[in-house]
Ligand binder design. Sequence first.
Ligand code: ADP
Ligand code: MG
Length: 701
Amino acid sequence: MGELATMFAPDRVAVVGATESEGSVGHAITSNLATDYDGEVVPVNPNADSVLGRQCYADVGSVPGTVDVAVVVVPASIAVDVVESCGEAGVENVVVVTAGFSEAGSDGANRERRLHEIADAYDLNVVGPNSLGIMSTGVEMNATFGPENAQPGPVSFMSQSGAFVTAVLDWASDRDVGFKHIVSLGNKAVLDERHFVAEWGDDPGTDVILAYLEGIENGGQFIRTAREVTQDTPILLVKSGRTEAGASAAASHTGTMAGSERAYEAGLEQAGVLRVETVQDLFDYAGILSAQPLPESDGVAIVTNAGGPGVMATDAIGDSDLDLASFTDDTVDSLARALPAEANVYNPIDVIGDADAERFREAIRIALADPNVGATIVLACPTATLRFEDLAETTVTLQATYETPVAASLMGSDSIRAARATLSEAGIPTYFDPARAVRSLDALREFREIQAREYAEPVEFDVERGRARRVLETAKRRDTNSLGVEAMDLLSAYGIPTPAGEIVDGTTEAREAAERVGDGEGVVMKIVSPDIRHKSDIGGVEVGVPPEAVGDTYEDLITRARSYQSDATILGVQVQEMLDLDVATETIVGMNRDPQFGPLVLFGLGGIFVEVLEDTTVKIAPVSEPEAESMVDEIDSAPLLRGARGREPVDEAGVVETIQRLSQLVTEFPAILELDINPLVATPDGVSAVDLRLTIDQEQL
Ligand code: ADP
Ligand code: MG
């Protein structure tokens, strides 16, 4: 294992705050450790000579020999000093069970800050504070104050809620769910999900990592770590509700549409984490991922003795990303020879109600041998002719021979107990509900796709950073956080194409500019004001202005802006080259900053109806080329860009490049808080950013 190896396989654990007093947390932890733990438990408490028959020490420093893990269960007021004494005594790992830190007001938050500083100073691995503790079945260590011990198994589990750990252990106790390591993360003052993901990813005894998280500490780093780990080890995460607070206050389209829930979803997807909705699914998926091989293809064969449940399974396949396998002619012929005339030899295979285990065996064998079958569900209802134990043994043998994933749905209770045990011992999951079997196989498919992903480094474009900085500094000089088309040069500096345009102040200047940027027929004119967010809403954009109308239009635009807001700051009027929108699609490329994941890049169908249509997708920056490509794939209107209804396809490569260049811009300038290019006009010949709006934080420039 990695850097936390001694935390999970300690020779000696000290409980600071150990006590004889029944019902206390200090007592519960000490007695949990005293029960089975392979190593030595050392109680520490200045007010006791012995606890549970073991010699008690006044402080960690006086314990003879090395203490690998110190569990701290003292009052909050002295907890940080105790942790410091652990640091001085050379303890590497400290589990702070004590509560009363950042979850408990400003005093607690200060205490947590100090805890962090001490951890840094002594290079301590600190779990918590406000943690239930840790467990590791390899050394039979239960250093928690929960009532239940974990059974050994290949699943390592971290939880931000301590109560959820005890609930899960209770739930798991009468099911076949075993654990390798368990950590109650608590407030995550020092160690967070990323550290345990990295640690367990390196642990040969951990086949699957489970997590219950309410938030992710450092989204960008988490994505990088999880990506590496999920190349071998699946990470399953239970979704926990998150609010959209803050989204309504956003100043841009992207801000409105790219809320924190979307960032979370995108971040986890990019990290290769499988999200699950229920605790049942969490353990179903963990079970099958740790025991069955991954399917090589998406086709599922169903072998059943009952028509109705066969249909249920088929429907569930329809709801999943799996397919009902279509058999080869050879398979159909072999099934016809092996089964009675009334049987169904197409998928789902119905061996009919009077089938015995032998007939099932033939059908399963033929199904497993079909090259179109990636996974198989053995689905049986109790009948007088079928011995479930025989079916179970047959299934185990065949699965081992063909090495493709198999799940069983045995629709009985008492009658299937022995069969279920046989299957489960061989790692074949059994469920009553066929839909659960389908969902579990679908999780295998999803993980196969995650494993097959090839992550690319983001492209680093040659850009003019200094020029971009100067544009942002202009805003700082004007003491504004809000920028519009006057900042178009920011995009040019990062190689994002923009139409020719000039900002003018006066009718004569406007006419001259129109001659320079226009084609002699018409130009576009826009009011330029940091106080006017959506220009067309107030009549601030005129498209197709002929040369003779440029002067009057200039006056009109100023008048409209004034009547909208008399004291609005008006920087002038932009005279812009007019693009031919007949052959174009208006898209949006934008960015919003998420407190946990950082810059979130958005792409979608743009223009003035962007929030009505809401056809957008998001990714956490930096966005690599394949990720930018998949953003274009992901929107519903992708066919529109690719030439639906006889239209010429737009320059998709240009769109993909713009997404990446914007990603680089917002990654390199943390001062940019929100940004919209709406629209980015995409035509068959290229792309062009005709509008820009951004919000900056002057402090960060
Ligand atoms: P706002 O979003 O503030 O209303 P825009 O600059 O995005 O202002 O302009 C609104 C709409 O006007 C765009 O969505 C586009 O349809 C059209 N438009 C803007 N600039 C041009 C241009 N240079 N050529 C063609 N159409 C344009
Ligand atoms: Mg716009």
